[in-house]
Design a protein around this ligand. Structure first.
Ligand SMILES: Cc1cc2nc3c(=O)[nH]c(=O)nc-3n(C[C@H](O)[C@H](O)[C@H](O)COP(=O)(O)O)c2cc1C
Length: 158
């Protein structure tokens, strides 16, 4: 396989940007993700690929819960902040405007809105794991356009 072609084509994939929030025993965390898609209409389901070396992955497995917060256009800086590793930045939620959703995961109030997800399955995918989850709650917070990878100019594919 031609490495450069693979990388170039994968970087043509269009993505949105989301803050995934998790909670366990009074601990809260958030991380930025773009490897996410709706997977079913009925029941409403989505898939999210999570890096195996992240801190949040084991919390998702144990609690079987996470929330997807949709970044608004203009939230590039916040997306960059939440994209840093928990291990070097354990206080990523400090100073952010949030409350807890029905599933206990943080709802980031300055985003466009959120989806609460219940884990139903997982598939090994190389250095990551694809989580399949049912959407069990949702809310709209703000009107506006979503942040895209094209707008943000980040590279997290290839
Ligand atoms: C633009 C961008 C997109 C990202 N997309 C994903 C993703 O889809 N899945 C993932 O597991 N990590 C993704 N990351 C990396 C995580 O946000 C980062 O590894 C984070 O450290 C993992 O969270 P935690 O260590 O706080 O648990 C992305 C980072 C950035 C900056």
């Amino acid at each position: 396989m031609e490495e450069a072609a693979k990388k170039k084509m994968l970087r043509h994939f269009t993505y949105g940007l989301y803050a995934i929030t998790v909670a366990e025993d009074g601990f809260y965390n958030a991380f930025t993700a773009n490897w996410l898609s709706q997977a079913s209409f009925e029941p409403p389901m989505l898939m999210l690929s999570v890096e195996n070396d992240s801190h949040s992955i084991s919390i998702i497995r144990r609690t079987k819960a996470f929330s997807v917060n949709v970044f608004a256009s203009g939230q590039r800086e916040l997306a960059g902040q939440l994209g840093r590793s928990y291990f070097r930045n354990p206080q990523k939620l400090e100073g952010l405007n949030y409350r807890l959703g029905t599933n206990g995961c943080p709802v980031l109030l300055d985003t466009l809105g959120w989806l609460e997800c219940r884990l139903t399955g997982e598939i090994e995918a190389g250095d990551s794991t694809v989580f399949i989850a049912e959407i069990v709650e949702a809310g709209v917070l703000n009107e506006g356009m979503p942040l895209t990878m094209a707008e943000a100019g980040f590279r997290h594919s290839g």
